[in-house]
Write a protein that binds this ligand. Structure first.
Ligand code: G3H
Ligand code: 13P
Ligand code: ZN
Length: 309
């Protein structure tokens, strides 16, 4: 069933597990994710960035989400705007049936972030839609914004409390050391769990979101490289750290890079093994299967969201 994130986040905070939010761009990705959710009986968030919406086109996206819901009415599914850049994009998604939107004001100063977030919250809440906001800066590449690693700014717990109180946002994305993409760490992977703990103490009822949280699954990177790719030195957040986050107050964990790797690995393998292949169904079927396997693993073994519907 189509839902907002309210009830799933409430359950995640009470029972200490996280919900996976997976970025979608096309039919195969949606099917892989939703089939994994159905098989593991997990609530799930499908999310689309503004560039994904441009690519897939909003009507197609919404119709595919509707189809997924018709096929799996027992699974709570939220459709969420990822990294909404401005009020207009958030409004467009709300008006088209999204149940949740993110307004990403992290590129602005605190006051401008508060002002923009409040504007989106007011409109979204009037339509029964929930809002994720972001405070603090992730190192790495966020859509069009490139924040150099040295500018990475962890979320300040006191500011987080003030921000949530002043904006009325429903959930908060924080910066504790993750970053977007396939190159998250040069040395050892480490997150600032001390900051997470402080934030949870200050705003215990606000669901916390972790962006840039792909594992950059070594098996998938190796598969891409083995079959003609060139993705050297890729490194993400290991499963154990994500599991720790899931039981330590993180309610939503965003995953895009691992899905991209799964899709690419699946397609590359077919092409490498059979250069004569040119039927899209032949190379997209293994890619879709790998996406399903990847998502199921996260739901069952890492986030703990399986059997929580
Ligand atoms: O955090 C951003 C997501 O990975 C979406 O990326 O804007 O290329 O769709 P995208
Ligand atoms: P990854 O690049 O780690 O998959 O992060 C995705 C994300 O945060 C989407 O908003
Ligand atoms: Zn993100």
């Amino acid at each position: 069933m189509l839902v907002t994130t309210t009830d799933m986040f409430k359950k995640s905070m009470e029972e200490k597990f996280a919900i996976g939010a997976f970025n979608v761009n096309n039919m195969e990705i949606i099917q892989g994710i939703v089939d994994a959710a159905a098989e593991s009986k997990s609530p799930v968030i499908l999310q689309a960035s503004s560039s994904a919406i441009k690519y897939a086109r909003i009507n197609y996206l919404m119709k595919m989400v509707e189809a997924a819901i018709e096929e799996h009415p027992e699974i709570p599914i939220a459709i969420h705007l990822d990294h909404g850049p401005d009020f207009e994009t958030a409004k467009m998604c709300i008006d088209n049936g999204f149940t949740s939107v993110m307004i990403d004001g992290s590129k602005y100063d605190f006051e401008k972030n508060v002002e923009l977030t409040k504007q989106v919250v007011e409109y979204a809440h009037s339509k029964g839609v929930v809002v994720e906001a972001e405070l603090g800066k992730l190192a790495g590449i966020e859509d069009d914004v490139n924040v150099s690693a040295s500018d990475a700014m962890y979320t300040d717990p006191d500011q987080a409390k003030e921000f949530v109180e002043r904006t009325g946002c429903d959930s908060l994305a924080i910066a504790i050391g993750t970053s977007h993409g396939a190159y998250k760490f040069k040395g050892e992977a480490k997150l600032r769990f001390d900051i997470l703990k402080e934030i949870k103490e200050k705003i215990p009822n606000t669901p916390i979101v972790l962006h840039g949280a792909s594992t950059v699954i070594p098996k998938l990177v190796n598969m891409c490289n083995e079959y003609g790719g060139n993705i050297p030195g890729a490194k993400g957040v290991p499963d154990e750290i994500l599991h720790e986050a899931s039981i330590s107050g993180v309610s939503k964990i965003n995953v895009d890079t691992d899905l991209r790797l799964a899709m690419t690995a699946g397609i590359r393998k077919v092409f490498a093994e059979d250069p004569s292949a040119f039927d899209p169904r032949k190379y997209l079927t293994p890619a879709r299967d790998l996406i399903k396997e990847t998502v199921k693993h996260k739901m069952i073994d890492v986030f703990g969201s399986a059997n929580r519907i």
